[in-house]
Design a protein around this ligand. Sequence first.
Ligand code: AQP
Length: 335
Amino acid sequence: MKQRVFSGIQPSNVIHIGNYIGAVRRWVASQNDPDKENIFCIVDLHALTVPQDPTELRERTLDLLALFLAVGLDPDKSILFVQSHVPVHAEGAWLLNCITPIGWLNKMTQFKDKSSKQETILAGLLDYPVLMAADILFYDTHEVPVGEDQKQHVELTRNIAERFNHHYGETFIVPEPMIAASGARIMGLDDPSAKMSKSSGAVKGHAVNLLDDPKVIERSIMRAKTDSGSDIRFSKDPVKAGVNNLLTIYQALTGKTQEAVETDFANARGYGDLKKAVAEVVISVTEPIRVQHRAIIADRGELERLMQLGAEKARSISEPRLQDVKQKMGLLLPQ
Ligand code: AQP
């Protein structure tokens, strides 16, 4: 039996190389695995958990679909769709809310982190992981490829599935988080102690976005924060976090081993050489994506058609599971 893979990404800003390395490029690899059946979603309902400009959110959603295609996701091989186009997600989240203890949500580190940055904390932000559980569970998902920051949410999804199955009988598959061995947590270029994040994308020098101009990429990487030393090696020492982050990006994008990467820089004259090499590799990966994206986004009609097609396929998988869950929870189904 094929393993079903589900993952999503918020249209909260242009995606950065952290999202690409930790998640999206692994989706492309998964799509080409004959033992997998893949579903990838633009999770616009999740983006609403912090304030958004409505016009920008719509534009970014379309932009993200174009980026999905530009990185190599293929609508003939994977199901690609927009979360809000399939009502199962919001309805399913409500049903799961009614079996999820609030104490579980209060413990989520992403909630603690994101809520500390908000003037008003919206209920949706606390509930974000339940919506994510609905995304995953109503598709009978086996595997969820995510970056390390989302591991806790997938574990919560597993707890919710087990709790439901315990109360109402075997229903949901308990999914596994799939975390990359390398590059699962790319750090900010300006502050290597904090993860690279879309919502900090407006901060100059924080992230490299997939659609950045090569000159902007070079400038951001050349200015990346490093220490005052010159040793170019992988290290867990917090002082070396900047260099470690640059090496991690280089390793993830070249596919080399740690030893081979360190050998590449054995004769480097300093961090300047490292930064130059990282910028070159990043530009060589992002430039074709940027060019492809420009062509794809110009054909809005085709994007609309693909969104509709993707939503229909997604509904055909998730709706029967929603009816099953409603029936088990005691709701009267219309005949
Ligand atoms: N820095 C990162 N390194 C590796 N993987 C990462 N991911 C996010 N940041 C990194 C992975 O990208 C996927 C999509 O992320 P998301 O849109 O669900 O939002 P997020 O995890 O909250 O990521 P961001 O970029 O920080 O977005 P904002 O700022 O909008 O919240 C996930 O698989 C995630 O693990």
